[in-house]
Design a protein around this ligand. Structure first.
Ligand SMILES: Nc1ccn([C@@H]2O[C@H](COP(=O)(O)OP(=O)(O)OP(=O)(O)O)[C@@H](O)[C@H]2O)c(=O)n1
Ligand SMILES: Nc1nc2c(ncn2[C@@H]2O[C@H](COP(=O)(O)OP(=O)(O)O)[C@@H](O)[C@H]2O)c(=O)[nH]1
Ligand SMILES: [Mg+2]
Length: 194
């Protein structure tokens, strides 16, 4: 089954919480028809299902901690396989969260062709998340959990960017700009892929 996705174009979308990953992914889907897989959304769907596994996940996410690697990776892989026949490429949003997650993804699925590094200042991300929290209904969009998510991002996820920089596949995107200007930079990076 995994053979079906071996030659797929894979783009990792990495950035801090609230940096604008989801926003840019939506725009990429609209223009390029890629399949968007947000690891956070996959986990939230499991929580919403009310399963026992979902209850365990909920507790971890509420604290802003990382869910066990195998859980997330299996979910992403299943979702990729489900779309293999129709997908022009995959946007893997919010994964890898740590270098080890990237290594395991490559062992089980394949290597990314591009890493979009969505970069905003810490204070910008906090502001956006507090605003999003007014309507998102997300249990982790509150001041205390946001702080933990940011700390974990700097500690565990930023090293992921350095890891892939050695391979020359990182494109840094300044997401302090208005959404459409950010997307103009994103488009250039995706167009280079073809
Ligand atoms: N690979 C992943 C992705 C998500 N999570 C869990 O799911 C939560 C929410 O993830 P995500 O939706 O990706 O959140 P953020 O990147 O913080 O922000 P956003 O949803 O806005 O992209 C994380 O804090 C973490 O607990 C995880 O453990 N491992
Ligand atoms: N000004 C500005 N706001 C943005 C931009 N991208 C996202 N936002 C806002 O920031 C919040 C978080 O964006 P989201 O895409 O959910 O970020 P994610 O956490 O990285 O997936 C949303 O409420 C957006 O409206 C951007 O490029 N510029
Ligand atoms: Mg998101």
């Amino acid at each position: 089954m995994a053979d079906k996705i071996k030659n797929a174009k894979i783009v990792f979308v990495v950035g801090g919480p609230g940096s604008g990953k989801g926003t840019q992914c939506e725009k990429i889907v609209a223009k390029y028809g890629y399949t968007h897989l947000s690891s956070g959304d996959l986990l939230r769907a499991e929580v919403a299902s009310g399963s026992d596994r979902g209850k365990t996940l909920q507790a971890i996410m509420q604290k802003g901690e990382l869910v066990p690697l195998d859980t997330v990776l299996d979910m992403i892989k299943d979702a990729m396989i489900a779309k293999a026949d129709v997908s022009k490429g995959y946007l893997i949003d919010g994964y890898p969260r740590e270098v080890k997650q990237g290594e395991e993804f490559e062992k089980k699925i394949g290597a990314p062709a591009l890493l979009l590094y969505i970069d905003a200042k810490g204070e910008t991300m906090v502001k956006r998340l507090m605003k999003r929290g007014e309507t998102s209904g997300r249990a982790d969009d509150n001041e205390e959990t946001i702080k933990k998510r940011l700390d974990l991002y700097y500690k565990a996820t930023e090293p992921v960017i350095a890891f892939y920089e050695q391979r020359g596949i990182v494109r840094k995107i300044n997401s302090e700009l208005p959404v459409d200007e950010v997307f103009a930079i994103v488009e250039k990076a995706i167009d280079e892929l073809k």
